[in-house]
Design a protein around this ligand. Structure first.
Ligand code: ADP
Length: 493
């Protein structure tokens, strides 16, 4: 019997490896950052070979620390999604840097496609909005701009992959070219209903099918990682980061949602076996496939989460540490009538107004920095609540449990206000590293180390926040917020 699961958490700024024991407790962690490359305004690249080297290094560090203490049953991979790599099948060398999800170089091409009326078809098939985030237009850009690439692709000499594929290729010494359904569902060329690469979309984006990896479930043995000459470990789980977090939070039932409160806030709601289309520009995506069962999800995000607290700290210099926001906010009795609309980069779901800009309403001579800090924290919860309400509208069912993770969940005032304004229980787990945990769960399931019943007991709550305000107070808060949102829209001419 093996004693450990190894999770590889390949994020946007660092590659991490975490070793879990049979009770899914993290026992060893290693992390290495890699370069962010900004060749032009709006362009963001990574060196795929550097990502692999960093991932390999942290993985080897953990395996060396493990010497003699036990064996690893399997590897689970979770990764930054949408980031696009194309490499030579023969040499394994990338043809260009990886184009990162944040990269906007194909935004004007996406606008052209929108004008030509292609968005509906894309949304129907992929559940996504036509946007430069997703892999399709990045692949096209590489084929059109790297000398000789299109010809080589047509000859079957090149392979495309999201970062999971790139890692699996390297871990298996070029034996396996595959991805899982969650990563495929972020490429904008994968049909989430038929579970196949979509020929019509491949034509639209001019992408040869010979580039594409095989698409597999999120939990199965894909092949062996040959890490050192004498050690082969099965690769047994793959999921994109947000989906892995949904599983790591054990949101395995319909209408359970997780929210990660980091720089932005990322919400994902389990919608079960049915893909739910959004009429409010949320994304429909695949949560995971375990055995033959595909589970779908709705996804929405908030641009300014912890970033708003960073701005109060670094831009306004209101305090020295993000955690001080709670101290100042609890030093006042209430928000003093202040409403903060953090539209610093426009308003996202469900308002979608790129011309809105941040505003603070209700300032009087009595306003203090405590009131501003409190209103800022409340505004994070209001925005998350707007996405939750939108998810409820799209699915016709309210979210009945919210599980939270990310740096800003340390803020108890924020978590309490979230429970108050959303009127649902907000649960913060003991283990906040839910992304890596989800990848470990997938690998543990495939290798038979765990089953779903065991996993349920492995998710443990640190604290649950429930509403302390009544419906009348909730409505008052909500009306004020809505009024402030209305006055913030359309600021730029
Ligand atoms: P990311 O993964 O996006 O870098 P993290 O999950 O590490 O984000 O969380 C960091 C963010 O959380 C920062 O934007 C920071 O301002 C915010 N944050 C951290 N601690 C607190 C706190 N106690 N109260 C409010 N915000 C916080």
């Amino acid at each position: 019997m093996a004693d450990f699961i190894l999770a590889l958490d390949q994020g946007t700024t660092s590659s991490r490896a975490i070793l879990y024991d049979t009770a899914a407790r993290p026992v060893e962690v290693a992390q290495k950052e890699f370069r962010q490359i900004f060749p032009q305004p709006g362009w963001v690249e990574h060196d795929a070979e550097e990502i692999w080297a960093a991932q390999r290094e942290v993985m080897l560090q953990l395996l060396n620390r493990l010497q003699g203490k036990g064996t690893v049953a399997g590897i689970g991979i979770t990764n930054q999604r949408e980031t696009t790599v194309i490499w030579h099948r023969k040499t394994g060398k990338p043809i260009y840097h990886a184009i990162v999800w944040q990269d906007r170089r194909t935004a004007s091409y996406c606008e052209e496609l929108k004008k030509a009326g292609h968005e509906n078809l894309i949304t129907q098939k992929t559940g996504l909005l036509l946007d430069a985030y997703f892999s399709a237009t990045k692949i096209k850009w590489l084929l059109d701009n790297v000398a000789g690439a299109r010809k080589q692709a047509e000859n079957g000499e090149l392979a495309f992959g999201t970062i999971d594929s790139w890692l699996v290729w390297n871990l298996t010494g070029g034996q396996q070219h595959l991805t899982d359904v969650t990563n495929a569902s972020r490429t904008m060329i994968y049909n989430i209903h038929t579970l196949q690469w979509d020929d019509e979309l491949l034509d639209l984006f001019d992408i040869p099918a010979s580039l594409l990896p095989g698409v597999r479930s999120s939990s199965e043995i894909y092949g062996n990682a040959h890490i050192t000459d004498n050690r082969a470990i099965p690769i047994a789980g793959i999921a994109g980061d947000q989906q892995a977090a949904l599983l790591g939070q054990m949101c395995i039932d319909n209408e359970m949602a997780k929210c990660t409160y980091g720089t932005g806030c990322f919400l994902v709601m389990n919608t079960g076996a049915t893909p739910v289309p959004s009429t409010h520009k949320l994304l429909t995506t695949i949560a995971w496939q375990i055995n033959n069962q595909v589970t779908y999800a709705l996804e929405g995000s908030v641009f300014m989460g912890g970033a708003l607290i960073q701005w109060l700290r670094d831009g306004l210099e209101l305090f020295d540490h993000a955690a001080d926001s709670e101290k100042h906010a609890t030093a006042v009795e209430d928000n003093g009538g202040i409403v903060f609309v953090p539209a610093l980069t426009g308003l996202g779901a469900p308002h979608w107004d790129a011309s809105a800009r941040g505003s603070v309403f209700g300032i009087t001579r009595g306003t203090t920095k405590g009131h501003i800090a409190r209103a800022a924290l409340e505004s994070i919860a209001f925005q998350v609540n707007d996405v939750l309400t939108t998810m409820a509208k799209d699915t016709g069912k309210p979210v009945h449990a919210l599980r939270v993770d990310g740096g800003a969940t340390a803020n108890n005032l924020l978590m309490q206000f979230q429970a108050d304004i959303s009127n649902i229980p907000v649960s913060r787990p003991r283990n906040l590293e839910t992304t890596a945990l989800g990848a470990a769960f997938l690998a543990g399931l495939a290798t038979g180390l765990w089953d779903m019943e065991t996993l349920k007991t492995q998710w443990q709550e640190d604290r649950e926040f429930t509403s302390t305000i009544d419906e009348k107070a909730r409505n008052q808060y909500q009306q004020r917020w809505q009024k402030a949102i209305d006055r913030t829209k359309g600021w730029l001419d």
